[in-house]
Write a protein that binds this ligand. Structure first.
Ligand code: ZN
Ligand code: ZN
Length: 416
């Protein structure tokens, strides 16, 4: 006999009551985005493989090892999106949204896919809240984007976090840095196979190697901040100054590179204290050359992604538990159930949540059901009550009961 079918490894069902926490996070994020002038984009989960290969970079772990790539029925290579930034920029360019003088601000919420080794807090289908702002290189925009991220986390009462920040410079600074890094990498032995290859193709990517050994060897490596040109150094200093003035705490992290090729200048991460090695809950940065790399005009921009799966884990336990006030209607007999059903509809139309039993259970069984559903009040409707045009109203926490005439029930409950 065939067994039941299971979900794919690394992909999980998100079920109630946990879904309440997801809804809360997204609701807060939407409110904050709205305050900062961001609008939502809803984009396809599938894109041409080329989009990611060209933007994220062929030597990155994402493109080299982690994408879900397949040929469709016409042999076209498609990829389940591993991240959203390249896609948002693709959509901006394709729909000519970059036109006009104003900064363009978009957010998108949804699943991403990477074929990584599944472990606690890491899934092959994971979920992100993405923020992207395009149209200026001004450091004020960098500051505003970081304020927005801090604002979302603050409203969700995620307080045990560290904001790590670095500058990755412009392509000119990166030429200098790559040259120094290449010399350093060539002078040492012991790199993993990937890094030996990256030494020649893309030395920057050695910096985000996950091998412990490579990370040890990298300790005395040159730092990006020593290679910043005057303009990039000034931009970085201004971003830090603006964060400081706004009272946003940050730590400079000169080793922070982010594992994608398109980042320039500001790069940042938010790490949650106590999440262990997978402790980044959000990360982002500038990508001033990305639109041009994708065949578009010069369109500087920056953004971030919040890892929703991780955020759900560190959200305070009492968050997102949904509606507190709920009524249960315990009806005994067909006639009573009919009255109860009509009363429930009346209550719901007035915005009060309620439920009833449909299966003719005993009063005792219905009362225990009301308890398990967390009802604040139970309305008991039996033949005797109906005959008198009344119902019994029971306050579940105190056990107090009173007789209430049927027409008064809805107004009475709504007044609470
Ligand atoms: Zn520079
Ligand atoms: Zn390595």
């Amino acid at each position: 006999m065939a067994g039941t079918i299971k979900a794919i490894r690394g992909m999980k069902d998100i079920l109630p009551p946990e879904t309440g926490r997801w809804q809360l996070i997204e609701q807060v994020a939407r409110e904050v985005f709205d305050l900062y002038g961001y609008q939502e984009m809803r984009l396809p989960l599938l894109e041409r493989t080329e989009l990611f290969a060209r933007s994220i970079g062929a030597d990155t772990d994402i493109v080299a090892k982690e994408m879900y790539t397949f040929a469709d029925r016409h042999g076209e290579s498609l990829t389940l999106r591993p991240e959203a930034t390249a896609q948002v920029v693709r959509a901006v360019l394709e729909n000519r949204l970059e036109r006009g003088f104003w900064v363009k601000k978009y957010y998108t919420i949804g699943p991403m896919f990477r074929y990584e080794r599944p472990q606690k807090g890491r899934y092959r289908q994971f979920h992100q809240i993405n923020c992207e702002a395009l149209g200026t290189d001004a450091p004020e925009l960098d500051a505003e984007v970081i304020f927005l991220l801090v604002d979302i986390l603050g409203r969700l009462k995620i307080e045990q976090v560290r904001l790590l920040i670095n500058s990755l410079g412009c392509p000119e600074c990166q030429v200098d840095f790559k040259a120094r890094l290449s010399l350093f990498l060539a002078a040492k032995e012991g790199w993993c196979d990937d890094c030996r290859r990256r030494r020649d193709t893309n030395p920057l990517r050695v910096l985000d190697c996950k091998s412990q050994r490579c990370q040890e060897l990298l300790r005395p490596a040159p730092m990006m901040r020593d290679c910043l040109c005057e303009a990039c150094a000034g931009h970085y200093a201004r971003v830090l100054e603006l964060l400081g003035r706004a009272g946003v705490a940050f730590e400079e992290q000169p080793r922070l590179v982010r594992g994608l090729d398109y980042y320039t200048r500001t790069a940042f991460e938010v790490a949650a204290v106590g999440l262990g090695s997978q402790d980044a809950v959000a990360g982002g940065g500038r990508y001033n050359g990305l639109a041009r790399d994708l065949g578009g005009p010069d369109l500087p921009g920056l953004g971030f992604a919040i890892g929703e799966d991780r955020l759900v884990e560190i959200l305070p336990p009492d968050c997102g538990q949904g509606r507190q006030e709920k009524i249960f209607l315990a009806a005994l007999g067909t006639a009573a159930r009919e009255v109860a059903l009509a009363l429930l509809q009346e209550l719901r139309q007035q915005g009060l949540a309620g439920e009833m039993d449909f299966d003719d259970r005993s009063l005792k069984a219905q009362m225990s059901l009301a308890d398990r559903l967390g009802a604040t009040y139970t309305v008991i409707l039996g033949d005797q009550e109906l005959a008198q045009g009344q119902a019994t109203l029971r306050h579940m926490a105190t056990g107090e009961q009173e007789q209430v005439p049927l027409p008064d029930l809805a107004p009475r409950l709504l007044k609470r």
